[in-house]
Design a protein around this ligand. Structure first.
Ligand code: PMP
Ligand code: GLN
Length: 386
């Protein structure tokens, strides 16, 4: 095989994801896992039953249609209208994917040429960097800095070059918990229109907003035709293992994403698609309770982290809290997270892995609060021993 590295140079250094590493560490040490973002309680029983029924009734057990089953595409379109007043044609403007992860991958692979630049909010969710690299494009970070983690629109303007093809926006933002304000979204949209840029927007935490409200950028003037709107069922319905996601956008954009998607998985999650169609039609009370429960959990964990001595950046959305470990006399988040299980039996995520500007993220650590209240209370009790 010679001396050439097996892993191609676009993926060199990407190794295994921080979520896999930290979840394995949690299992190996029997620690409380506040690292990888998944709930420790499954979503609604009736939705799980709908999935089981679909399997037993033989719905979706064979390849579903490439764009997704019509019932789910209709439910996604209804959801966008119900919550945001956005109308999409379920046949030409909605595409079902294997989670938001595949939607992001397919969109980037479809829309980018080698050499293109993609501006993304840093710290960035790990799959963005990998997929931009696989597309042969270059990521350009717009860094959100502590303590506010707001995007600086003058900085964004200065980052745009003739090679910029696309803005990759994530709101609510993982890991900082920033929810972009209407003014910020307007500023980003104006720049996208002025420079004729495409926008991919990752909105998987759309129903976990505690301050302000979630606003899809696609609703702003001039944005519908240039925006690929991505979300998924994982966070909203607490079934992260089902991997049902979707794309909504203008027909030309969705057709391009579909072209890439059909050669990634072709299709996935047949029976789960039926259940997610039901889930998207749950009454408002479901979505209100989800938000209220997570708000309570956020405050429970935030207060515990303050009591344990961390600097806490209270998130406006998502189910993560970013903290700074400097007040504990620590400086290196990666080392801190690797030792935390043996020190006190808790696992967290070092935000530095989401930064190119490693100095900006070195001392930040992220904690997931999508866990039972008693688990959060126990984690907090352990952290107070630090
Ligand atoms: N985007 C963000 C910001 C995420 O945090 C995650 C992880 N849940 C994803 C995308 C991936 O979503 P999915 O599990 O639906 O693929
Ligand atoms: N989105 C989840 C997080 O940020 C993890 C998903 C994954 O493991 N890839 O924790």
């Amino acid at each position: 095989m010679g001396t050439r590295p097996l892993l191609n140079r676009r993926l060199a250094g990407m190794g295994s994801t921080i979520f896999a590493e930290m979840s394995a560490l949690a299992v190996a040490t029997g620690s409380i896992n506040l690292g990888q973002g998944f709930p420790d309680t499954d979503g609604p029983r009736e939705i799980a039953e709908a999935a089981a029924r679909a399997v037993l009734d033989g719905r979706g057990n064979q390849y579903p249609p490439g764009p997704g089953i019509p019932e789910l595409r209709a439910a996604v379109a209804e959801h966008q209208r119900r919550f945001y007043g956005l109308s999409y044609d379920p046949d030409t403007e909605v595409l079902v994917t294997a989670g938001a992860t595949e939607a992001i991958a397919a969109a980037l692979l479809a829309l980018l040429e080698p050499g293109d630049e993609v501006i993304a909010l840093e710290p960035f969710y790990d799959s963005y960097a990998a997929c931009i690299a696989m597309a042969g494009a270059t990521r350009v970070p717009l860094t959100l800095r502590a303590p506010g983690f707001r995007p600086d629109l003058d900085e964004l303007r200065a980052l745009i070059t003739p090679r910029t093809r696309l803005l990759l926006v994530n709101t609510p933002h993982n890991p900082t918990g920033t929810v972009l304000t209407p003014d910020e979204l307007r500023g980003i949209a104006e720049l996208a229109c002025a420079h004729d840029l495409l926008v991919i927007t990752d909105e998987v935490y759309e129903h976990l907003v505690f301050a302000g409200a979630h606003h899809p950028i696609a609703a702003l003037p001039g944005m519908r035709e240039r925006t690929v709107n991505i979300s998924s069922a994982g966070k909203t319905f607490s079934f992260t293992g089902w991997k049902v996601g979707w794309v909504a956008g203008a027909p030309e954009l969705v057709a391009a994403v579909r072209t890439a998607k059909q050669y990634l998985t072709f299709v996935s999650a047949g029976p789960f698609q039926y259940a997610v169609a039901d889930a998207l039609r749950l009454p408002d009370a479901y979505f209100d309770t989800l938000r209220a429960d997570h708000l309570r959990k956020r405050d429970l964990l935030a207060e515990g982290l303050v009591a344990a001595g961390f600097e806490v950046f209270r998130p406006q959305g998502t189910y993560f809290i970013t903290t700074d470990i400097t007040p504990l006399g620590e400086t290196d988040g990666l080392e801190f997270c690797r030792k935390l299980p043996e020190r006190c039996g808790v696992v967290a995520i070092p935000n530095v892995v989401f930064y190119d500007d490693t100095e900006a993220g070195r001392s930040q650590v992220r904690w997931a609060f999508c866990k039972r209240d008693d688990v959060l209370a126990e984690a907090v009790a352990r952290l107070r021993r630090l």
